[in-house]
Structure formats: C-alpha cells, structure tokens
Design a protein. Structure first.
Length: 334
C-alpha cells in the first residue's frame, strides 16, 4: 500500500498489473485468517478506503480500532467513524434492550454510530431517547455526528430535542439542528424564519415588466405623441414584479436559528443572509405572500434589481430540503 506504485512503467509484456486492483481480494483473505494491519500501514489503508467506497468494510475491519482513533485526527478519514463497527458487529435487534444500552454506554464510537443509525431506522423515538440520555456528556464532534442520524425518519416529534440543540455550545451542532428543524415546515423555527423572510420578499405592482422584459413606467407618456394611440386596443396590464429588501443585519436571534453571520469569500453579507432565511422558510409561505400564486406562477414572475438568481437558488435549496416536488419542477422548468 504505502510503497508500491500503482503500475510499473515497463516489462516484457508491457505495464505490470495494478496491485491496487488486488486489494479487495487481499483484504478478504487477511480478514478471513484473522490478520491485523501493522500500525505503519494504517494511513495508506485509510487513504485507499477513502478513494474506494467498496473497500471500506473490509479495510476498516482489517484496520481495527486504531483506525478510528486516527480518523478523529484527520477530517479526510472521517468516513471511518460512520463505518460498520469493527469486526462486523451486528447491532442489537428489537427487544434486546439490555444489549442496546450496554453497547451505547461501552461501545467504540463507530459501534455507537452504527447502533444509533440502526435503531433510528426501526424505532425513531427510541433512538432519539437513547441519544438524549447521554447528550450532555458527549463531545462536540460526537454530538454532531449523532445528531446527523436524526435525518432518517425526521418527524415533528423530534422538534423539542432539536430546539434544545439550538443552544448547544458547538456552532456546527447548532447549524445542523437548525437545518433539521427547517426541514419540518410546521416547526417553530420554520415559522420564525418565515416571519423574517416575508419582510424581505414582497410583490410590487409598480415594478411590473412588459412581456419583452422592459420595465413599465407609469409616467411614460410617449404614447400620447403617437397619432394612432387611440386606435390601439388597451394593453394588458404588466405582471407585477417581486421586490427584495435583503436583511441589513444578522441579529442574535437569527444566529441562534442557524443563520451564519460571516459570508464566504466573494459573497456580500446581505445576499448571504437573505439566502439563508429564504431556504429555511417553508415553501408554503410564498403563495399567500405573493398573491395566491402557485409555484410555477411565482417562479415566472420577474424579480427586481438583480435578485432573481439569489432568490431562485434559495428556493431550490428549500425544495430539496423540504422534498417539495411541485416547487422543484417549477424551478427546473419544462
């Protein structure tokens, strides 16, 4: 792994075989015979498993618990912390409550992650209660990965726990909790974000655009000089436009609800805050706010002052987060 090239440059029959292609068979044989990886090979083994997901179960079994310790030190190897528990341990089944609690209290981190994921898939409330029982004593990085398991079968019953997580010491934990809450359109956080978002996005008939996209100015009297103006049929009223007034500040309440105050490089603060508010607001907010229109009609409206791409991008993220097919189809277009 560590010192062999992937393929030789020459040879009597051309290039030598790529030894990495033999790694799956080699790992299977090593695991079957009970071998363990030498410590100096672990970094190369983890790098190989990072690049090839098909290697991960066998590689992590061969690497053993030391690989999990290394994975906590290198973000590139964090996949190992989500992997199957070392040695292929099977999570306890339904009705095996004593083993569940013993494994949760005493297991390796990867075993606990796998246990929580398996339990969440069959008993969402039980998994949430198990996590809550030790939440205050878990490390921040562990809380983050455990919290991520609640994406599976996310439901309104998870809201009280997630609301508490909004006050977590870790910014990443708070952000994940806010993201999960915003995926529950009936949550209190979703309502708070909707209340903020509607102050930024409104319908303004004075900003209507003609069919060719040119703004309509009610003060334009050029037609008065047209000798044939009176003979023309009255023009259809131009559709209104969406007006956007992005937030002027990111207050403490917004930050608590998951809005990241500092934008990435190259992004303006106000557009960054606006995008986060809109993507976290329930999509059901917008028909009532924008004249009773459906998703397709809303997406077709012109957006004033160059805000269209920012607004539509935030709606796209909201459609993915809320799994809203109607909005997704409208935004993708025919």
């Amino acid at each position: 792994l560590a010192d062999r090239p992937g393929a030789a440059a020459g040879g009597r029959r051309g290039a030598a075989p790529d030894l990495m292609e033999l790694l799956p068979q080699w790992l299977a044989t090593a695991n079957a015979r009970g071998f363990a990886a030498p410590p100096e090979a672990l970094p190369a083994l983890l790098d190989a498993a990072r690049g090839r997901t098909d290697l991960r179960p066998a590689a992590l079994r061969f690497a053993g618990s030391r690989a999990l310790w290394l994975a906590r030190l290198n973000p590139d190897w964090r996949f190992a912390l989500r992997g199957t528990p070392g040695g292929g341990t099977v999570p306890p089944g339904p009705g095996d409550g004593d083993r569940v609690h013993r494994l949760w209290d005493e297991g390796l981190f990867a075993e606990r992650v796998a246990l929580l994921a398996a339990l969440r898939a069959r008993d969402p409330a039980g998994a949430r209660e198990l996590l809550a029982s030790t939440w205050a004593t878990e490390r921040a990085e562990d809380r983050l990965m455990f919290l991520d398991s609640l994406r599976t079968r996310l439901a309104p019953a998870d809201e009280p726990f997630l609301e508490q997580a909004l006050a977590d010491r870790s910014r990443n934990v708070r952000a994940t909790a806010a993201e999960l809450l915003s995926a529950l359109p009936g949550s209190a956080l979703a309502a708070r974000m909707a209340a903020r978002a509607v102050t930024c996005v409104s319908l303004d008939r004075s900003l209507g655009h003609a069919p060719d996209g040119a703004p309509v100015d009610a003060r334009d009297d050029s037609r008065a000089h047209d000798d044939h103006a009176l003979e023309r049929a009255p023009a259809a009223p131009a559709p209104p436009a969406i007006a956007v007034e992005a937030p002027h500040e990111c207050d403490a309440g917004m930050e608590r609800d998951g809005v990241v105050a500092k934008p990435p490089g190259g992004r303006g603060e106000r557009s960054w805050w606006l995008g986060q508010l809109v993507e976290a607001a329930p999509l059901a907010t917008w028909p009532a706010r924008l004249g009773g229109r459906g998703p397709g009609e809303i997406v077709a409206l012109p957006v004033a002052d160059g805000w269209r791409s920012e607004l539509h991008a935030a709606w796209c993220r909201a459609a993915v987060r809320q799994r809203d097919g109607a909005w997704a189809r409208a935004l993708l277009g025919p």
